[in-house]
Design a protein around this ligand. Sequence first.
Ligand SMILES: NC(=O)c1ccc[n+]([C@@H]2O[C@H](COP(=O)([O-])OP(=O)(O)OC[C@H]3O[C@@H](n4cnc5c(N)ncnc54)[C@H](O)[C@@H]3O)[C@@H](O)[C@H]2O)c1
Length: 400
Amino acid sequence: MIYKNYNDILSILIIFTFINIVQIINGHEDKILALEKRIQDLEARQQQYPEVTFLTYKDRKRILITGGAGFVGSHLVDRLMLQGHEVIVADNFFTGRKRNIEHWIGHENFELINHDIVNPLFIEVDQIYHLASPASPPHYMYNPVKTIKVNSIGTINMLGLARRVRARLLFASTSEVYGDPEVHPQKETYFGNVNPFGPRSCYDESKRVAEAMCYAYAKQEGISIRIARIFNTYGPRMHMNDGRVVSNFILQALQNEPITIYGNGKQTRSFQYVSDLVDGLIALMNSNYSMPMNIGNPDEYTIEQFAFKIRDLVGSQAKVIYRDPVIDDPKQRRPDITLAKSWLNWEPKVLLNDGLNKTIAYFRNELLVKQHSERNVFFPNEWLHSSNVNTMKTTKNIEL
Ligand SMILES: NC(=O)c1ccc[n+]([C@@H]2O[C@H](COP(=O)([O-])OP(=O)(O)OC[C@H]3O[C@@H](n4cnc5c(N)ncnc54)[C@H](O)[C@@H]3O)[C@@H](O)[C@H]2O)c1
């Protein structure tokens, strides 16, 4: 009897143990599957980079781009990275975004520093593209004192760095130094017509003083400087709500909201596509020309013509409406680019319709982004030749 009970207990124990073992194995299987899934996810997230040119130590430069996470800066980053240089971005993300340059984060030639250039920066570099500054009127008027500090103290800091490491510095100046010009088109020799005491003066005058600082450092300290007077530029990665004409009109047209013109629309502007600007900046940096140089597209349109063109390209039914003019809004703007043509052999290549179509495609996709994990990645033309491009993990890619 005892013997029989003992056998029963043993059988029950064996069955329990067996069930336990099965449960343990099942539990581990789940964990193993979960681990396998995590490894797959991590592998999928692993950054793939576009192919960069190999440059020897002799040819490779260490290049600092202040404001490199912004609209223009990020395109410059792409181009210099693809050329095989070491690129360091210093940006405080006031108007810039990590997303604009995230495709390079982790690359051995790339470094991102979260830094406000109003504070000194001590690094070793060969060239400095000094772009850090809010650029659109709502951004630079948001904190006018800070705008003045960025362009004055910030520029002094960058010139100080250039002096310490004997680097060449290119300053991103602006057509705003001409103010509301009385000379048309604007040549570099024109001194401008700027209101020193108005809502735009924090930007216009601080860019002018920054040019004067570049001149003083060049003369007194022997620093090699380049000054690009940049005219209106547009393209993918522009800030959607920066209040500039191109972004405003495209967004309004895409959303079938009234396209707003301030004033009668007869004021003129000339717009250059961002890749043309990047070509011009790099050519100027590597040239022998050290006086200010206009970099812009001389094709001139009235704001009204521009509004209707964008509406047609978007295929929108939006109405065009007129509002009171903005204070100190220049009546006409058009660069004379004779200098750039003769010294750099540079002139804009991208047709307005082509550039606008790329920008519209970018904004259209940007409006579709609804979750943090979604990406609206812009591929510059050069990337399309890179074998890595197709393997990059993106939600929405614009191939241009
Ligand atoms: N885009 C144009 O049409 C245009 C025309 C004329 C001149 N520019 C000049 O070109 C440069 C770039 O313009 P953008 O259109 O790319 O503007 P943007 O606003 O997209 O980029 C400016 C970048 O500078 C950074 N920045 C601002 N303050 C800073 C600070 N204190 N420290 C570090 N970083 C700071 C911003 O975060 C941003 O990434 C600016 O200097 C602008 O004045 C642009």
